[in-house]
Design a protein around this ligand. Structure first.
Ligand code: ATP
Ligand code: MG
Length: 617
């Protein structure tokens, strides 16, 4: 590779702090791997004294591979890792921890489940509830918020505080730490034990960090201690690609780096070697609409004239078919499946696309855990209604829908019943109000049994009142109503076109099978189209990139209301656009699940730079 002057300046840098601030595709990651090599081959630094940190395991592995291929056959033990992995290594030595001391997801869920048994809390899906609690606990630990000042969105404050404290006690009693503790434990350790800190300072003489814009306060404090006193700290990043503010990342740390390290050298890289010139142009148009940013010069190295394609489709089906035809066309012209990536904002978006890819036999893989929508509790509810309509007298089925909605009977009136459904109904023969409701239930079920799957969901939603129930449930649990309705709409639209329940279920079984296969072959299939969320596409590159459903409410996401949230969404879109080497396609739709939809403002913004005179600050 012929590095440019600025890149060489960074690669050749030896001692002291350096900040490389540059846009996408400018070779920041390349500079890290090449500088690591230079430190060893030219400056004779011992490989074991070099520490290279990134934010995800996948990125760390990729970096390691890139580095190994630079070093040819030579085997060198540079440490490549995530913050968590590095900090855990430090804790291992200090406290003789092994991996058995890490509280993994199942242990954490287990603790909370046990703690919850002390309270009478009502929730619909236990795992979801626990997941929400754990996310709040994690946020508190990461941002070092005082628990007394924390307002829980999951349950009442007092109970939450109680749960939090019990959870912490469980960890301590069992000599366990969770992922969040790895940061605070390391921080405390370094503060309290200068001798141990000195050992690690001595071990890692050179520290390099990629994607530095995503660092949080605590990570930074630890790194500052670790890098002292030589401060051979080499950081690269792009504030325009900061997409984890919601998790406590602080890009201002990178922009303020020179205040902490007045001797730090700064290098700006201004050439994008990845994206064709029109992709660079469109992405710059877009990001110029953000106010809070460090303005960078970005020139496209590639002379490729491939245009950016924007298209607006009637619905997702048309969008998917067009996308698949486009892949097909490019494959016929010599591309391979691994040249393609389809990017989306949220995990529920690609359900229809996955079904289409399956029917066209196009191999795909994913970087994310795309949940199977048919395993969601809302889907389970719908199936249960249909099962009962189909004649099931399973008591568990019956209990599941009885109070969803609170149409037939309240759950309390059912609790004592330990007998089978049919006998149990007899118990209520003398109580006319119950008989009336049972009659209504039987009537509803008879109707449903004669309907096709799509129509039956319609009836469950509006005839039986499932929509009302869902809205009430969302309000009661203080969760976003629209998220639940998105899932319900998505499931219902999947049922369209199936004449019988059996056909629909067969289709779902096949879908579920494929989803499992995909989860197993995750990332390993060398010849498959990549499906990824915008978040997990960061740092990667592909010949052809599609961004699907570029619509208001999806991108920017409907929860982004404040200007600073919109700016984060814009950065996320920017990350997605700049993954493309030769072709970028941005697709929007005119309707999502039969509701009309509007193209994203980001589409418009990509075509026009912001007018400077409109700036009011
Ligand atoms: P991102 O911000 O998206 O992480 P980056 O700045 O880390 O991007 P890299 O991934 O390091 O960019 O590089 C982008 C692409 O450009 C890579 O394929 C890399 O090999 C190539 N590249 C980098 N520098 C040069 C160069 N001087 N000449 C040719 N290609 C280069
Ligand atoms: Mg990079």
């Amino acid at each position: 590779m012929n590095f440019n002057k600025a890149q060489l300046g960074a690669i050749e840098h030896k001692d002291g702090a350096m900040l490389v601030l540059a846009g996408p595709g400018s070779g920041k990651t390349a500079v890290i791997t090449h500088r690591t090599k230079k430190l060893i081959t030219k400056h004779h630094v011992k490989p074991s004294e070099i520490l290279v940190i990134t934010f995800t395991k996948a990125a760390a592995n990729e970096m390691k591979e890139r580095f190994n291929s630079l070093m040819k056959d030579e085997r060198v033990n540079v440490s490549f890792g995530t913050f968590h992995a590095v900090f855990f290594t430090i804790l291992k030595y200090a406290y003789r921890f092994t991996s058995a001391n890490i509280a993994d997801e199942s242990v954490r869920y287990g603790f909370i489940r046990e703690i919850l048994s002390y309270y009478r809390l009502e929730y619909k899906d236990e795992n979801e509830f626990i997941g929400n609690l754990l996310a709040e606990i994690s946020l508190i630990k990461n941002s070092r918020i005082d628990i007394e000042n924390f307002y829980s969105g999951v349950c009442g404050e007092e109970i939450f505080r109680d749960i939090y404290k019990k959870y912490e006690t469980r960890l301590k009693e069992n000599r366990l730490i969770d992922f969040d503790d790895m940061l605070s434990y390391t921080y405390e350790l370094f503060k309290e034990r200068p001798d141990i800190l000195a050992l690690w300072q001595n071990k890692y003489k050179y520290i390099l960090i990629d994607e530095f814009q995503d660092i949080n306060r605590l990570q930074y404090e630890i790194i500052k201690m670790l890098a002292a006193p030589q401060n051979n700290l080499f950081i690269v990043g792009d504030d325009d690609q900061s997409i984890y503010r919601f998790r406590g990342s602080k890009p201002e740390i990178m922009l303020g780096f020179e205040k902490d390290y007045p001797d730090a050298k700064r290098i700006l890289l201004d050439t994008n070697y990845r994206c064709g010139r029109y992709i660079v142009e469109a992405s710059l148009n877009l990001i110029s609409h953000n106010r809070e940013r460090f303005d960078k010069k970005i020139i496209a190295a590639s002379k490729s004239k491939a245009p950016v394609t924007f298209a607006d489709f009637e619905n997702r089906r048309d969008e998917n078919i067009f996308l698949i035809r486009d892949i097909d066309k490019k494959i016929k012209a010599g591309a391979v499946f691994s040249d393609f990536a389809v990017l989306f904002r949220t995990n529920t978006q690609p359900r229809q696309l996955i079904e289409q890819l399956m029917s066209y036999n196009i191999p795909f893989k994913t970087k994310d855990n795309i949940p199977n929508i048919y395993e969601h509790w809302i889907a389970r509810d719908l199936f249960t209604y249909q099962r009962i309509a189909g004649g099931s007298r399973d008591r568990a089925d019956f209990l599941q829908i009885m109070n969803r909605p609170k149409r037939y009977l309240s759950r309390d009136s059912l609790c004592d019943a330990t007998v089978a459904f049919d006998e149990w109904i007899k118990l209520f023969d003398e109580k006319p109000w119950i008989a009336e409701r049972i009659e209504k239930l039987e009537y509803d079920m008879k109707l449903i049994s004669r309907m096709n799957p799509y129509a039956s969901i319609n009836y469950i939603r509006r005839g039986i009142g499932y929509d009302d129930f869902l809205a009430e449930y969302a309000e009661y649990r203080n969760i976003n109503k629209e998220d639940l309705f998105d899932i319900l709409d998505e499931i219902q639209s999947g049922a369209k076109g199936f004449a019988t329940y059996e056909e629909w279920y067969e289709h779902i079984r096949e879908y579920t099978k494929q989803m499992k296969l995909m989860a197993l072959s995750k990332e390993s299939d060398p010849n498959a189209v990549t499906l990824a969320t915008l978040h997990s596409s960061k740092g990667l590159e592909f010949e052809n990139v599609y961004i699907i459903d570029a619509n208001e409410g999806i991108m920017p996401y409907k929860k982004a209301v404040l200007e600073k949230d919109i700016e984060e969404e814009r950065r996320l879109f920017y990350v997605g656009m700049t993954r493309a080497k030769t072709s970028l396609s941005v697709y929007s739709v005119k309707s999502v699940n039969d509701k009309s939809a509007q193209a994203s403002r980001f589409v418009r913004e990509s075509k026009e730079p912001r007018q400077n005179n409109s700036r009011d600050d």
